[in-house]
Design a protein around this ligand. Sequence first.
Ligand code: KG4
Length: 347
Amino acid sequence: MKEECKKNKDVIILGIESSCDDTSAAIIRNGFLLSNVIASQAVHSAYGGVVPELASRAHQQNIIPTVSEAIKRAGVQKEDISAIAYTRGPGLIGSLLVGNSFAKGFATALNIPMVEVNHLQAHVLAHFIQEEGEEAHLPEFPFLCLLVSGGNSQIILVNAYDDMQIVGQTIDDAAGEAFDKCAKVLGGPYPGGPFIDKLAKEGDATAFTFSKPHIAGFDYSFSGLKTSFMYSIRDQLAENPNFIEERKADLAASIQKTVVDVLMDKLLKASRHYGIKRVAVAGGVSANSALRGAYQAYAQQYGWEIFLPKFSYTTDNAAMIAITALFKYKDGLFDSIDSVPFSKVVI
Ligand code: KG4
């Protein structure tokens, strides 16, 4: 096998991400990122959300140019690649099948191993991506990671790269979903998180209060919050039809503060319970400036060592797939040629 010949050489991994609506390919060498190319799909914006059928087709169109570009930017030859990693799940099944099938073809053609990667695990392990010329700040195990995206809000106890325990999660909507739905009410685009974030900078976060959920343990709930937001706006609109337009920034700042407070309260509770002060954040919502600000404040107040990902690693990307695969590659955990993707959320 070719992998035998490469034993004493650099470990170069090509990562592929295709779980939702971003086609991404990345190359890492010995844990250092050489390239990370992302082809986003504009086709969904007209529909206010991702259309699975269109996403699969766009992945089909994008996958080869994206991989070629990643290899070119990395300055490597495809024959140098030690293994190909791909997102096996969770995600949209049609989208995942594109990455899975591509990985099989590539691995077979080059006679290299294939590594399957869990998308959620990869978001957490994105903190281990290193870049040439930058000082590394990698979390030591164990640490806690708040994984917040459009589909997930979880507190994960990370004991090792392959030992992650979900200690808290949303029982209904995810935090990103709450941002998206509230943004829609304010007339914003999809996804709405960046819109709320930007608007909130000009607003007063204490202008409005929304009822916070009371859920046991470390679990979250955001559906009530979203309803409280919508009802209070409905009541105000009855008296003033221009209410949204006039108070948009205050509404955005207030709902953002409430979501961030809810996320941080449970995280602090978990940190105290497990006696862990190394705390990371991952997923699309980790781009939120108020959430990042809260992490900085908690670091000061509670002595946390915090890990905030670069903006390019907060959304879906193949660099996180490649770095996760490096852990597995070192342990010889390769995928079989007949493996199929999974759509459900597991970690
Ligand atoms: O992880 P992600 O890119 O995709 C999946 O959910 O799979 O997360 C997308 C979510 C969306 O709900 C989006 O509104 C939210 O992340 N988001 C933000 C910000 N940027 C993206 N939420 C709040 N503030 C942001 N700056």
